[in-house]
Design a protein around this ligand. Structure first.
Ligand code: PLP
Length: 407
C-alpha cells in the first residue's frame, strides 16, 4: 500500500490540533492593522474591544453560556488552576479539595502543590474501566470541601464522567464544582446550563485555535477571585492585556467547531471505530483501555501485550504516523501513565499502551495505512528486533522517545 499523499498521518488530536486556515485569516488583521489596546479610550482601541466581545460571544455559543460568564486565559491549565484557587480564596475556612486520580497534570500537580501549602486534597480512585463511582464521590465530599473538580473527558482514554450527575451531587452538598472540559469542547455537545457546573475550562489549541489561549467559564453569581492580579481586564477577573489575535482566533475556531459537531460524531467516530476494531481483531494480544461508552468519539487507547509503547511510537514515527504512548519519560526512565495505573493496569500494560486520537482532517485511507503498518511493527517488536530494543536501552532516551501522553 502506498503511503497517503499527505504525511504525517496525524492521529494525535488530543495532544494538539492544526490552526484552521479560517482561524489564521480571522487573526491576521489583529496582528497587522488592528493592533490597538482594547482598554484604550480612543476608537482605535474600542474597535479592537468590540472584536474581543464578538469572540467571547462565539465561544459562549459553543457551550451555551452567557458571554459575560467567560474569562479569557492563557490556556486550559490556567483556567483549571484559577477555578480551584478562586474557590479556596472565596471560602477560606474550607481547606479541602476533591478531585480524581485521572485528571490532567493541571489538576494533579496543582493538587500536590496545594498539599504542600497545607490544604487537604483527595484524589478519588476510579474503576477499572476509568469510570467514577458517584456514591464514593458523594461520600468523599466533606463540610470543609471548597470545590470538587472532575474532568469531563479523559485525555488518555476518552472516557466521560457523568458531569450533570456530579454537578447535582455538588449542588445538593452546597459545594462548588469545576469540570475540565478541554478535551470535550468541539468533540461533543457542551451545554453549561444543562450540565450545571460552576466552572469549566477550555483550551483553544484542542479545537483548531492556536496554543496559548484558554477560557474559564464562571457561572453567574459565583464568587470569583482572580488568579492573575493586575489590571481590570476581563471585568477585573484576570489581569493582563488581552491576547487579542488569539482571542479572535479562538472565537472563529469555536464557530467552526460548533458547525462540525455532527461530523465529529459520525465520520470521525466511524473512522475511530474502524481503527479500533481493525487493531483488536487483526493483532493478537491487544485490548482497549477504558470503557467503550460513554467515550469521546475520536479516541481509542490500546494495550499491546509484550511490547513497549515507545518502540511502537518510534517505528510508527518512521512510517510517518503520529500517536502517543501511555508513559512519560522522566530522568531516563519511563513512568507509566498515572491514568492507566489509577484504572488498575499493571505498569507493564501501561507501558505497552498507545493512544490514537483522530480529527476531522483524517481520512479512511489514513486509517487503512495505519492498520497496514501496525501488525509488522508489533511483530517486529515482539520478536525483539534490534531497532527498538537498542533505543529502549539508552540511558538518556533520545528526544524521539519522549513523545508521551501528558496532554
Ligand atoms: N486538561 C486536559 C484534559 C488536557 O488534555 C489538556 C491538554 O494538554 C489540558 C488540560 C491543558 O491544556 P493547555 O495545554 O491549554 O494548558
Amino acid at each position: 500500500m502506498t503511503p497517503p499523499a499527505r504525511l504525517p498521518v496525524y492521529f494525535d488530536h488530543n495532544a494538539t490540533t492544526r490552526v484552521a486556515p479560517e482561524v489564521v485569516s480571522a487573526m491576521l488583521p489583529f496582528l497587522t492593522e488592528h493592533w490597538g489596546n482594547p482598554s484604550s479610550a480612543y476608537a482605535f482601541g474600542h474597535q479592537v474591544a468590540a472584536h474581543v466581545e464578538e469572540a467571547r460571544a462565539q465561544v459562549a455559543a459553543l457551550i451555551n453560556a452567557d458571554p459575560r460568564e467567560l474569562v479569557f486565559t492563557s490556556c486550559g491549565t490556567e483556567s483549571s488552576n484559577s477555578a480551584i484557587h478562586s474557590a479556596l480564596v472565596a471560602y477560606p475556612a474550607r481547606r479541602h479539595v476533591l478531585t480524581t486520580a485521572v485528571e490532567h497534570s493541571a489538576n494533579i500537580k496543582f493538587g500536590a502543590f496545594l498539599q504542600k501549602q497545607g490544604y487537604e486534597v483527595t484524589f478519588l480512585p476510579v474503576e477499572s474501566d476509568g469510570s467514577l463511582d458517584l456514591h464514593r464521590l458523594e461520600q468523599a465530599i466533606r463540610p470543609d470541601t471548597a470545590i470538587v473538580s472532575a474532568m469531563w473527558a479523559n485525555n488518555e482514554t476518552g472516557v466521560l464522567f457523568p458531569i450533570a450527575e456530579i454537578a447535582a451531587i455538588c449542588r445538593s452538598k452546597d459545594v462548588l464544582f469545576h469540570s475540565d472540559a478541554v478535551q470535550l469542547a468541539g468533540k461533543l455537545k457542551l451545554d453549561v446550563k444543562e450540565s450545571g457546573m460552576d466552572f469549566t475550562s477550555l483550551s483553544g489549541h484542542k479545537l483548531n485555535a492556536p496554543k496559548g489561549i484558554g477560557v474559564l467559564y464562571v457561572k453567574r453569581r459565583t464568587k470569583y477571585h482572580p488568579y492573575i492580579i493586575g489590571g481590570s481586564q476581563e471585568s477585573g477577573r484576570r489581569g493582563g492585556t488581552e491576547n487579542v489575535p488569539y482571542i479572535v482566533g479562538f472565537g472563529r475556531a469555536a464557530e467552526l467547531a460548533n458547525a462540525r459537531l455532527t461530523d465529529e460524531n459520525t465520520r470521525v467516530r466511524a473512522l475511530r471505530d474502524k481503527l479500533e476494531n481493525g487493531i483488536l481483531s487483526g493483532i493478537d494480544g491487544t485490548s482497549r483501555n477504558g470503557a467503550k461508552e460513554p467515550r469521546l468519539p475520536n479516541t481509542t487507547n490500546i494495550a499491546f501485550e509484550g511490547v513497549e509503547a515507545e518502540g511502537i511510537l518510534l517505528l510508527l514515527d518512521q512510517a510517518g504516523i503520529c500517536v502517543s504512548s501511555g508513559s512519560a519519560c522522566k530522568a531516563g526512565s519511563l513512568d507509566p501513565s498515572h491514568v492507566l495505573i489509577a484504572m488498575g493496569c499493571s505498569a507493564a500494560r501501561a507501558r505497552g499502551s498507545i493512544r490514537f486520537s483522530l480529527g476531522p482532517d483524517n481520512t479512511e485511507a489514513e486509517v487503512d495505512y495505519v492498520l497496514q503498518q501496525l501488525p509488522p511493527v508489533i511483530a517486529k517488536l515482539r520478536a525483539g528486533a534490534p531497532v527498538a530494543s537498542a533505543e529502549m536501552k539508552h540511558e538518556a532516551p533520545s528526544p524521539k522517545l519522549q513523545g508521551n501522553i501528558r496532554n
